[in-house]
Design a protein around this ligand. Structure first.
Ligand code: ASP
Length: 317
């Protein structure tokens, strides 16, 4: 049996390397995906996931996360959870429960506290400065709070043939208190079936939910489409439909992997991701929408990587 990992954004890369290492040594898909997401959650310079994530309008970091086991379909999720270092681990723990497995707000935070998950103030001084600057800017220019998109979403496949999916995000910067995106919602932010494959999303949750895009990709793979065909067929016609019937479509991107370790992506915006399988070591690639409902994929350049590194660490005044 083969193994593999795919995850959204350049920020997932170090986690993908760790996940692949676990999988190579016969580790479980669930452990690999949790380790991957934990790695992103712990890195303070990623301002859209975990520690260092940007807060809501009121300056409070509210996070959403989910975990799904592709063998049993068990799902655990949290939304609007606060002060918890690893929201995805709380979600994974909840996936053991048949009832009460999706918790929001104080109920989610209480569950984490009662079950000894690490509690920390997730608002870093850097994130607070970005928030204060944005508040001033919004007041001056009447700006839309939505600014870029960056959830970490990942799919893993282990040598035993099991698959797992997970997501973690601090959601839209400057979101209203209590706003929840697609990331903790099964079928929208993620979905996985070990006999078929899995998919995960990043981007404007309000629009991803309208198409249940992760489920749709898995459904198409189940009909025999390759992950790339499934991504292209689920995502691009839906964007057109959305523009026609809703009047607009936000930015979003999806990644998918099937139970053979083959993968695909679709996006309506420049989008980086990290992927590895048995035959190819993890690498960062860049996707863009191509002509006629296709996706063009190219290796990332060193120049891009250097500029990224510089951008995420730029001092904030
Ligand atoms: N999908 C996330 C949400 O809507 C945001 C993102 O990926 O940036 O909360």
């Amino acid at each position: 049996m083969t193994y593999g990992t795919i995850a959204t954004w350049r920020m997932a890369h170090e986690g993908v390397i760790k996940a692949q290492d676990i999988l190579k040594k016969q580790g479980k898909a669930g452990d690999a995906v949790e380790t991957l997401i934990n790695t992103v959650e712990a890195y303070p310079y990623y301002k859209s996931v975990g520690y260092g994530g940007l807060p809501n309008e009121q300056g409070i970091v509210e996070m959403d996360a989910a975990y799904m086991d592709g063998d049993s379909f068990a799902i655990g999720a949290v939304a609007g959870i606060q002060n918890v270092k690893h929201a995805v681990s709380v979600a994974r723990s909840l996936s053991d429960e048949h009832f009460n497995s999706f918790r929001v707000g104080t109920g989610a935070t209480q569950y984490a506290m009662q079950n000894n998950f690490e509690i920390v103030n997730m608002l870093t001084p850097r994130a607070k400065k970005i928030w204060l600057n944005r508040l001033a800017e919004m007041r001056e220019k009447n700006l839309n709070p939505y600014d870029g998109h960056d959830t970490v979403g990942a799919i893993t496949l282990d040598k035993q043939g099991s698959m797992a999916a997970a997501t973690s995000t601090s959601g839209l910067f400057m979101k209203k208190a209590g706003r929840i995106g697609d990331s903790p919602l099964s079928g929208s932010g993620f979905y996985v079936d070990s006999e078929i494959g899995g998919a995960a999303a990043t981007g404007l949750g309000e629009d991803i939910m309208k198409g249940c895009l992760s489920y749709e990709i898995v459904r198409l793979m189940g009909e025999g489409k390759s992950p790339q065909q499934a991504c292209d067929q689920a995502v691009y016609p839906f964007i057109e439909k959305l523009k026609k019937r809703y009047g607009k479509a936000g930015e979003f991107s999806l990644v998918a992997m099937n139970h053979n370790g083959e993968w695909g992506v679709a996006t309506n915006v420049e989008f980086t991701f990290s992927v590895g399988n048995e035959t190819k070591a993890p690498r960062i690639l860049m996707a863009n929408p191509g002509p006629d409902h296709t996706t063009s994929i190219a290796p990332i350049t060193q120049e891009w990587l250097d500029a990224y590194e510089k951008r995420i660490k730029t001092p904030i005044n």
